[in-house]
Every structure is written in C-alpha cells, then in structure tokens.
Design a protein around this ligand. Structure first.
Ligand code: DGL
Length: 270
C-alpha cells in the first residue's frame, strides 16, 4: 500500500463534510476524495439491505480509485454496514466513533442524549457502546427524521429548522441530560440552533473529532501517513448536485474549496 495514495471519505450527502473538516485539520498533508450520495439521501429512512448495498458500492468505487483508507462519515452506514463489510476491504475502513467517552466526561450525572437518524437510534450503536464502557451510563436516544432533508436543502437558520429542533428537544424534557451526542454527521451544521433549544448547560458532542483521531492513529500505526510536504489535495463529488451544494460546502469547509463534480455510484451495483 502506498502512503501517498488518497483517503476516501463518504456519506449519504453533505453531512460527511463535517468529518472531512476535522480530518483535514488533523491530517493537512493527506489527499482526500469526498463522495456524498445526495441522489439517494436520506439513508436514515432506508432498509438495512439498502444501506449495506450502498456501502458496498462506496467500497467498490474507492477500490477503483486506489485509496489507502476510507472513512465512513455516516453513523447510519456505520451502524448497519460496517460490521458486515469491515473485513472485506483491501484498505482500512474507519467507522464513526460513537464518542461516548467525551460525552460522559461532560455529564456529571452520566445522563447522555443522542440525536441521530431513526435507523441509527433503532440499531442502538451508542447505547451498546455506553453499556460496554460503563453500565451506569444512561443513554436517551431520539430519532430526528426531519433534520437531514432540511439540512440538505440549506434550511440551517430558518423557522423550519427552528421548529424541528424544538420538537425533538421537547422529547428530552424529563431526561436531565448534560451532554448531547450529534449522532448524525449532518447535525454539527445546525449546532447554533441546537444550542439555542437545548441550552448552554447541555454540551454538544461532535463525534467527528474522535473519528478523525481514529483515522490518524491507524495511519500512524501502519506507517501510512502521507510524506509530501505541501498541503494535501481535495476532490468533492456528489451523486446529485443541488443548487446550494457549493455554498453549503463553503459554509462547512471554508472558502478554499474545489469545484464539485459528479459521481455515479450505481455503476458499481452488483
Ligand atoms: N449523515 C448520515 C449519518 O451520520 C446519514 C444521514 C441520512 O442520510 O439519513 O447518519
């Protein structure tokens, strides 16, 4: 495996850019290929079979691009597809870290909230990780199906997102949580609105940070860190480009972004 090969980063859509942002910050010399499957988002309302087959298509695409690692910047695919596919790739596949450790550090009573897609909540990946760490931790999970369609279409500061956040925040009223895991990679994009409704006493935990650290640890252990001195390159690909894709990518990643190009994952369907 060549240490100067690129790293694939993928999600159902824009959300994975929040993970890419942390990866680029931590690993500035790496070349990244980001792929968002916006044509088929949201994944959170799809069947387990669909989610697994889409993940397989991402793997075949990245295999064809000669990556040294792929980062699954999606909790839904991590919940359903990662356990099935993890030993079948020729490169390292990095799942989303559930970020229970920082969440419990931020919650004195060990009550942790999780907001995620319905599929992720149903699978219980955060509950499982918490009970493996410490059975005293109480996890309160709420599926938020309204968020991804709103965020994908650029509703990140308006009444529509405000009302949706209020609706889901109300479900935590009696849980006395002090930290809230953003268990879907789209949600850090609406951090401001989340803080407004959950209040300053609830720490928002973005698992992108832990996930980027996991990727860096694997590269270091396997002697796969890119040796180039200049900053790494970036390719951004979406299966369906929306009018606002460039603007949203700029909001998440900053102004220095390349033009967005197409990708057709369905050609990798078996
Ligand atoms: N951003 C993804 C996640 O972390 C999936 C969102 C979706 O497509 O429903 O779960």
């Amino acid at each position: 495996m060549d240490s100067n090969s690129p790293i694939g980063v993928f999600d159902s859509g824009l959300g994975g850019l929040t993970v890419l942002k942390e990866l680029r910050r931590l690993l500035p010399h790496e070349n990244f290929i980001f792929v968002g499957d916006s044509a088929r988002a949201p994944y959170g309302s799809r069947t387990p079979e669909e989610i697994i087959s889409f993940l397989q298509q991402f793997m075949d695409y990245f295999q064809s691009r000669g990556v040294k690692m792929a980062v699954c910047a999606c909790n839904t695919m991590t919940s359903y597809g990662y356990p099935v596919i993890k030993d079948k790739t020729s490169f390292a596949l990095v799942p989303m870290n559930p970020a229970i450790i920082p969440a419990v550090k931020a919650s004195a009573n060990k009550h942790i909230g999780v907001i995620a897609t319905e599929a992720t909540i149903k699978k219980g990946m955060h509950k499982q990780a918490a009970s493996n760490l410490d059975p005293q931790i109480k996890v309160f999970g709420v599926g938020c199906p309204k968020f991804v369609p709103l965020i994908e279409t650029g509703h990140i500061h308006d009444d529509a997102i405000d009302e949706a956040v209020q609706e889901y925040a109300d479900k935590f009223k009696t849980s006395d949580i002090h930290s809230l895991i953003l268990g879907c990679t789209h949600y850090p994009i609406i951090s401001e609105v989340l803080t407004k409704h959950f209040g300053k006493d609830v720490a928002l935990i973005n698992p992108a940070l832990e996930t980027a650290k996991d990727a860096a640890t694997i590269l270091t252990k396997n002697n796969l860190l890119n040796t180039q001195e200049q900053s790494g390159s970036l390719e951004l690909r979406f299966s369906a480009k929306q009018n606002n894709s460039e603007k949203m990518a700029e909001i998440i990643l900053g102004s220095d972004i390349p033009p967005i190009t197409d990708v057709d994952l369905t050609t990798f369907a078996k």
